[in-house]
Design a protein around this ligand. Structure first.
Ligand code: GDG
Length: 484
């Protein structure tokens, strides 16, 4: 019987070490949830890095970690601290991440890190080959593993390989600047099916294949190495029911059951009175998410429409991310400085314009934030999809609320009923915040209702199943070719 193999940089587990005692808690992120229907007991395996560096573990700890990982239907790829620095923090996050998000000025092209990236991708391929047979279906995820499809295909030509990119694929003019552009495209073309969040990313990829590799591309098929490769878009959804039902339970809580955070959120409405509004933003602290831009635009809004001073508050949750990387350190400093400046400039005795949290929060607090926010302000300068925008909509159990969403997020392609903005246009930014504040309830409800219907249908399980279905079809097409 064929197995399904899921491959991602990180395993869907959080391992903690206390001496020789190891505990594993499942990850609750979008990918882990989405893959639940694919990663079922017995006939599937998840391959990835455990999050623990091999050179810092004792032999006994290594054995126990391996045992724990096996019990969870997973297999680990071992990485040393140096490899994590060069492959993950280095090439993945200082080269590919900025380049693919159009931040060319941040992209470092370092040969040593490229070599480590190649070596680590080879190690992933080796672990895949050790754990799979000819008939297994392999689904590789994301920008850390762009070379893996080809490395596996070379060794096992009959294998069925899918690859999904969670970040944008940039336009040809950006991608052509990359020193290892041929190698990366060839790496990806080891797959039988390549999936992207949007049609635009798919189109950019096809254009780079055509112009850099000079391969024949017809519609969404590429002829390569006597194989036919399919390219398609699969917009990732969320676990809609989980967000909707958690929000519903939250609304039913009595006053005494409400969290401290919720009480603080409620106090804003009590103090600011009628017409008060909470605006929410949630993102990893990443330069692609447009955080400084958003703060400046909010400042401009308060200057332009001073009638909203003491009425409107921005709650900004910025989750620490890649904080070892210098561009991320600078971003954190800039954000701290801007929040301080704006709060210093506008605060009154009873009101501060921005409540800023630099930390991650437990899921229940996330629901407190989503359900309390009258407006969600999701304004990345570039984002593959953006699941936060979708989660906000799913928690609006009363049908009220307004989503302001950047056109630069992949999610905007499916969320036309949101208020879509160009985050670099401050006039539009400020006018849209005003429009959201003043939007009549009926209009809010009619927009949210349409969005909810779409998101509940195209949820994350459907995303995973449609990708798998399409990947299995490539397997059947191959069989037909072979039997002819
Ligand atoms: C990449 C792409 C693409 C956030 N803070 C907390 C928390 N979260 C959860 C959210 C959401 C997830 O993290 C963030 O997902 P996003 O999609 O917004 O962003 P990235 O992390 O950049 O993800 C992106 C995605 O991959 C999927 O393909 O959409 O474009 O960049 O689910 O709820 N969860 C908890 N506490 C927090 O403080 N519990």
């Amino acid at each position: 019987m064929s197995k399904t193999i899921i491959v991602s940089n990180r395993l869907p587990l959080k391992l903690s070490l206390d001496g020789d005692k190891i505990t594993a808690t499942p990850s609750v992120g979008g990918l882990a949830t989405g893959m639940k229907s694919v990663h079922t007991d017995g006939d599937s395996l998840w391959i990835g890095w455990s999050g623990l560096t091999d050179d810092t573990l004792t032999t006994t700890q290594k054995e126990k970690v391996a045992e724990k990982i096996r019990q969870e239907n997973c297999a680990a790829v071992a990485l040393t601290q140096q490899e994590v620095d060069d492959f993950y923090l280095g090439f993945s996050n200082k080269t590919l991440w900025p380049l693919f998000h159009y931040f060319l000025e941040y992209a470092k092209f370092e040969k040593d890190q490229w070599e480590t990236y190649q070596r680590v991708n080879e190690r992933f391929a080796k672990v895949i080959l050790e754990h799979t047979g000819e008939d297994d279906i392999i689904w590789v995820h994301d920008y850390q593993l762009l070379l893996v499809p080809q490395l596996v295909k070379e060794q096992r030509p009959k294998s069925t390989i899918g690859f999904f990119l969670h970040i944008p694929f940039p336009s040809f003019e950006i991608f052509r600047t990359f020193p290892w552009r041929e190698e990366v495209l060839q790496g990806m073309l080891g797959a039988d099916l390549l999936g992207f969040h949007t049609y635009d990313y798919e189109r950019h990829f096809l254009s780079s294949v055509k112009r850099i590799l000079r391969r024949e591309v017809s519609f969404n098929k590429i002829s390569y190495d006597n194989r036919e490769i399919k390219v398609d878009s699969f917009p990732m959804g969320i676990d809609y029911d989980k967000f909707y039902s958690s929000a519903k339970q939250h609304m039913d809580k009595s006053l005494e059951e409400r969290s401290e955070l919720q009480q603080r959120l409620d106090s804003h409405k009590e103090i600011s009175g009628d017409g008060s509004k909470l605006i929410l933003s949630i993102d990893r602290m990443d330069y692609t998410k447009g955080i400084p831009n958003r703060i400046r635009a909010f400042e401009y809004f308060l200057e332009k429409y001073p009638e909203y001073i003491e009425k409107v508050r921005l709650i900004m949750l910025a989750v620490p991310s890649r904080s070892e990387v210098s561009t991320y350190k600078k971003l954190k400093q800039e954000t701290d400085r801007l929040v301080g400046r704006i709060n210093g400039k506008f605060s009154t005795v009873s009101w501060t314009p921005i409540w800023y949290y630099y930390r991650s929060m437990p899921f229940d607090n996330l629901i407190d934030l989503y359900t309390s926010a009258d407006i969600a302000l999701i304004t990345p300068v570039r984002d593959g999809m953006n699941l936060v925008a979708k989660e906000y909509v799913a928690t609006r159990v009363n049908g009220d609320g307004v989503l302001i969403l950047s056109e630069m997020a992949g999610a905007s392609k499916e969320m036309n009923e949101a208020l879509l903005i160009n985050p670099n246009n401050f006039e539009e930014f400020a006018a849209t915040i005003k429009k959201a504040i003043e939007m009549p309830l009926e209009e809010q409800q009619s927009r949210i209702k349409i969005l909810q219907k779409r998101l509940s249908r195209y949820n994350v399980e459907r995303w995973a199943n449609e990708f798998m279905k399409s990947l299995k079809e490539t397997q059947q097409t191959k069989d037909i070719f072979v039997s002819k």
